[in-house]
Design a protein around this ligand. Structure first.
Ligand SMILES: Cc1cc2nc3c(=O)[nH]c(=O)nc-3n(C[C@H](O)[C@H](O)[C@H](O)COP(=O)(O)OP(=O)(O)OC[C@H]3O[C@@H](n4cnc5c(N)ncnc54)[C@H](O)[C@@H]3O)c2cc1C
Length: 206
């Protein structure tokens, strides 16, 4: 954390499966409090909104997420995604349409709480509805960003950027990038299907 602050950088703590949610949110709260205390004492700040150096991820498919949003610290920095793990019905919504609806409810709740939100999705419906919500709320461009994986649905990404939204591209990077990427694919066969389809579409397009 202190290394990120010293470099004026930002650390996003990814979210793993539901067995890690509570510990990850606790870690985030602790890291954020420490970082804000150092900044208030004149230490370096991070590159996130308001000078924060750390943010977290919440998953719209978890039943608990709206309650987690209500318990977030002030001005939290949250990436909102659907969630990639295959989770049991006891902890996660299973229906595609209901996950979408909860994604939008979570986005609304995050914005109501004054959070900075990274809207992480490639789902056309959610991209459209999120953009409409941003417009309805007349939300300033420094309160949110869209986030997408490198190489995925690039035309949607470019369309958002052309419309004036901030868009961040997520790239698995570092010594463990390959192990990380293949692990994520193994965890959700549906995503592996998206990747294979996107690969062949690219190949056919030349
Ligand atoms: C920046 C970013 C960070 C993320 N971090 C986390 C995290 O910390 N924890 C976590 O659990 N999940 C994370 N995810 C994954 C996320 O939870 C979803 O599983 C994933 O984004 C797919 O959901 P979707 O919203 O894009 O909708 P989907 O309905 O799954 O996809 C919509 C469409 O997008 C395309 N698409 C989606 N994914 C891919 C792909 N990989 N390759 C090619 N095409 C694709 C397909 O055309 C698909 O039909 C992250 C996603 C992003 C974009």
């Amino acid at each position: 954390m202190t290394r990120a602050e010293a470099r004026g950088n930002f650390v996003r703590i990814d979210m793993e499966d539901h067995t890690c949610t509570t510990a990850t949110l606790d870690l985030y709260r602790e890291a954020l409090a420490g970082s804000r205390t150092r900044a208030a004492a004149g230490g370096p700040t991070g590159s996130g909104a308001g000078g924060d150096a750390v943010g977290v991820v919440l998953q719209a498919y978890l039943h608990r997420t709206l309650a987690d949003i209500a318990a977030l610290p002030e001005r939290a920095n949250v990436r909102l995604c659907k969630g990639i793990y295959v989770e049991p019905p006891s902890v996660a919504i299973q229906d595609y349409g209901k996950v979408r609806r909860n994604f939008l409810a979570c986005l609304e709740a995050l914005l109501d709480r004054g959070a900075y939100v990274g809207i992480a999705t490639h789902d056309d419906y959610l991209l459209r509805e999120s953009a409409a919500m941003i417009e309805r709320r007349d939300l300033a461009g420094d309160r949110y960003e869209f986030q997408m994986l490198l190489g995925v649905t690039e035309e949607r990404r470019d369309r958002l950027a052309r419309a004036g939204h901030r868009v961040r591209i997520y790239v698995p990077y570092g010594r463990q990038w390959y192990a990380y990427s293949t692990r994520r694919l193994r965890e959700n066969p549906q995503i592996a299907g998206h990747v294979a389809r996107a690969f062949f579409v690219r190949l056919l397009r030349g």
